[in-house]
Design a protein around this ligand. Structure first.
Ligand code: ADP
Length: 340
């Protein structure tokens, strides 16, 4: 790596430059003040000696005395200059080490964010390319077939339409990811939790009906301060997952309860559950548990929970999960209560 292009090197240099500019400026000020004080101090001493000389020794000529004073002053100034140069050299060595350490500390979170961003772009490109490649291959094969009939052409278009729907849902999810990170707090308003959960349920009701999933609600009439649209999105994601990852006719329990100054919302399903080894990663973007298996069975891109966590954190909330494979999962949300 080219050393002068390395961000660590540049940042270290920048910090050292700041420290050394301040140190040299201080040294110049100290040097000037000390020189003046030395000068006037020597003047006092010589005048005192002259007064003594009048009494005990033969007085020396004024020129000679002035020369002694100037020599003394120069000697003291030289020694002060040398001390300050040594001090600045020590500061240079110390500040270089410290600046390198600080530069590393400053750069680490930036590098991690960049790495995550690159990972995200690579994953997103991969997910976008998969349906595009499928569509391209199908169209190419169809174009090579000179005897293609209307039914075959229609089935090709139908298959392409499915891939387009996947692309649409992926681009929507990507857009939601971006939006979930920029919730503006000025849009915040008091939101009734039972009302917002009911609104979210209405959006996924049809899926629940298809799988005959039973919902059991234990609602306390509590409110939080937040962005209406984002909170609804958050509950839609959690309820949708509870349905997606549950067997038919299974039960989902939603509880809204109060704990001191907090609202606790739990969504407990009795579905397939999540292995302990996967739990730390399910909130990561594009993470899907055993993706080859769940991709065949359940549609999704592994973006829902990442959006959900962004939304919860933007509204000063926390999202946690407990799960046991084969027994179900419980997602818990904690928000500060709205106090009117
Ligand atoms: P998606 O559902 O689109 O795959 P999510 O980010 O919502 O993406 O979820 C990430 C992964 O976490 C899912 O692939 C699934 O394996 C697991 N998961 C999420 N919610 C549940 C749940 N309620 N029960 C079991 N597994 C779940």
């Amino acid at each position: 790596m080219n050393l002068h292009k390395s961000p660590y090197f540049r940042l270290t240099l920048f910090y050292v430059l700041i420290v050394m500019t301040i140190s040299i400026l201080f040294s110049v000020v100290i040097y000037n003040i000390s020189s003046n004080e030395l000068d006037s101090g020597l003047g006092h001493q010589i005048r005192a000696l002259q007064n003594m000389n009048q009494v005990i020794i033969i007085p020396r000529p004024t020129q000679e005395i002035e020369q002694i004073r100037l020599d003394q002053l120069e000697q003291s100034q030289n020694s002060l200059r040398l001390d300050l140069i040594y001090l600045n050299l020590v500061i240079l060595v110390l500040s270089s080490g410290l600046s390198y350490f600080l530069a590393k500390k400053t750069m680490r979170p930036i590098e991690e964010t960049l790495k995550a961003q690159n990972c995200f772009t690579a994953d997103a490109s991969h997910e976008l390319r998969t349906p595009l490649t499928a569509m391209k291959t199908e169209v190419e094969v169809a174009l090579r077939d000179k005897n293609i009939n209307l039914n075959e052409a229609k089935s090709l278009l139908k298959s392409n339409l499915e891939e387009i729907a996947k692309l649409e849902s992926l681009s929507n999810a990507l857009l939601k990811i971006a939006r979930s990170q920029e919730t503006v707090k000025t849009n915040f308003e008091p939101i009734s939790l039972p009302e917002i959960v009911t609104e979210a349920y209405e959006k996924i009701e049809i899926l629940a009906r298809k799988k005959s999933i039973i919902f059991e609600n234990h609602f306390n009439d509590l409110a939080v301060q937040g962005d209406h649209q984002s909170l609804k999105e958050l509950f839609v994601i959690l309820l949708d997952n509870a349905i997606k990852y549950s067997e038919v006719k299974s039960k989902v329990i939603i509880t809204i309860a109060k704990d001191k100054k907090q609202a606790i919302i739990t969504i407990k399903d009795h579905g397939i559950g999540i292995k302990a080894s996967d739990l730390p990663y399910i909130f990561n973007r594009f993470y899907r548990v055993d993706s080859s298996r769940s991709k065949q069975q359940v549609e999704g891109y592994g973006l829902g929970l990442s959006i959900a966590r962004n939304i919860a954190e933007m509204q000063d909330g926390v999202i946690t999960v407990k799960s046991q494979p084969g027994r179900g999962s419980e997602f818990k949300l904690i928000f500060p209560l709205y106090q009117s």
